[in-house]
Design a protein around this ligand. Structure first.
Ligand code: FAD
Ligand code: FES
Length: 389
């Protein structure tokens, strides 16, 4: 692991210095750029991290160990952070779920699963190297354990959805080791199971932890070209166990009362949502989606969209099966955006007229000036929008 000492200017002192220089007209960004020349980890406004280790987890997933500076805020297990990566001169932001490392208090780790055709996940796996510096933002999100920690916690992960669960396991092991914790972890195969070794080791050291690895493609979206094990080629070799009441009764008899955290592909989370609703215990279920749901509207519907920004108007037609962001881009417009996942709010517009569907909540929003996010909204009628960014 590359060791890079951070010069000894504390984050609090750097913030005070930046504030003082602000009175003399030095902007926060100019301050960061200047101290960043000494060491990027000294920045206090636009944070950066240095890749100090890169580990191959599976044929399609890597872990980055990132050294962070003193200004990096407290991280709650299960939260995400936005990572900014510049590819061919264009900066892209994506969310990843970091975990603290018990033996490296100045570092966090993120594990990135390649997505077929995915821009940033493939760049991170193929190109990003030890010594590179990347932009990071403060952690955010409410997919976190409650305080106090309940006596029983059930974690359900599918594929790369293990990452926030792994952060929670680290937290529980360190601060609430008596909690009864069960992890149901679906992956296409043992070969595709990220962090498998670390999980096996954890079971050996932590008696109140039950680890249930499940090789299953039942909840897996098909993606044969991404290097992962293709969906069921040999049904004899692949368990078809699925998340259902029988599995829950077999593995976690008290599942209806456990605080449950589920993160994985949409079909897995849909199954969880239905099972917990049928049992009348949806209040115990917390879900984290890594990708916005795919729009399912009418591909033949055409809605006329007028988007006002900075005194200019752009007009385009949006099909019912495209997000407004994609529809605008396909019409040739550059539309301000960040994460494309409904998180960063950089694509937020005010909806003055018309109706949209929010893909995250499934709700219909009728235009009365409400903010909507173009990356997770589809048109249900002609629209009049005003960009807020
Ligand atoms: C809160 C949160 C936390 C996240 N944490 C992690 C994490 O710890 N590890 C990790 O690997 N990823 C994580 N993600 C997903 C990550 O942010 C990116 O979406 C993912 O890396 C793909 O980005 P990309 O640029 O490669 O793909 P893009 O170029 O944005 O998309 C390419 C194609 O892949 C599809 N796609 C994108 N993401 C997914 C996905 N997750 N599942 C299925 N299809 C997808 C898109 O629909 C598109 O067709 C998280 C997402 C969120 C919202
Ligand atoms: S681009 Fe981030 S919320 Fe839409």
């Amino acid at each position: 692991m590359t060791e890079t000492p951070t010069p000894s200017l504390s984050a609090a002192a750097a913030k005070r210095l930046s504030s003082w220089l602000g009175h003399l007209g030095v902007s926060p960004m100019a301050f960061d750029d200047t101290v960043g020349l000494l060491n990027p980890l000294l920045r206090v406004h636009q944070l950066q991290a240095r890749v100090v280790d890169k580990l191959t987890e599976t044929p399609t997933a890597s872990t980055l160990v990132l050294q962070v500076g003193g200004a990096f805020p407290a991280l709650k297990a299960g939260q995400y952070l936005m990572v900014g990566i510049t590819i061919q001169g264009v900066r892209h932001r994506r969310a990843y779920s970091p975990r603290r490392l018990a033996d490296r208090p100045d570092c966090i780790a993120i594990t990135v699963q390649r997505q077929p055709g995915g821009l940033v996940s493939n760049h991170i796996n193929e190109v990003l190297s030890v010594g590179d510096v990347i932009d990071i933002e403060p952690p955010a999100g409410d997919f976190v354990l409650p305080t106090p920690v309940p006596p029983a916690v059930l974690l359900i992960a599918g594929g790369s959805g293990i990452t926030p669960c792994m952060a929670m396991l680290g937290e529980l092991r360190q601060h609430a080791p008596a909690t009864r914790v069960t992890l149901l972890y679906f992956a296409r195969s043992q070969r595709d199971r990220i962090l498998a070794q670390a999980l096996t080791e954890l079971t050996q050291r932590w008696t109140s932890f039950t680890y249930v690895p499940l090789d299953s493609t039942v909840h897996t979206p098909a993606s044969p070209e991404d290097g992962r094990t293709p969906p069921i080629l040999n049904p004899q070799a692949t368990s078809t166990r699925t998340l259902d009441e029988t599995l829950l009764h077999d593995t976690v008899p008290s599942w209806t009362s456990a605080a449950t955290y589920c993160c994985g592909p949409a079909p897995l989370m849909d199954a969880a949502r239905r099972i917990w609703a049928d049992a009348g215990v949806s209040r115990h279920l917390h879900l984290e989606a890594f990708a916005a749901p795919t729009p399912s509207g009418d591909p033949d519907a055409r809605h006329h969209v007028t988007l006002h920004r900075a005194g200019e108007s752009r007009e385009f037609d949006a099909a019912g099966n495209l997000t407004l962001l994609v529809a605008g881009e396909q019409a040739g417009f550059q539309i301000k955006h960040g994460c494309r996942q409904g998180i960063c709010h950089e694509c937020t517009c005010r909806l003055h007229r018309g109706s949209v569907q929010d893909l995250g909540s499934g709700q219909r929003i009728d235009g009365e000036g409400q903010p909507i996010r173009l990356c997770v909204s589809t048109a249900l009628s002609d629209l009049d929008l005003e960009s807020l960014n």
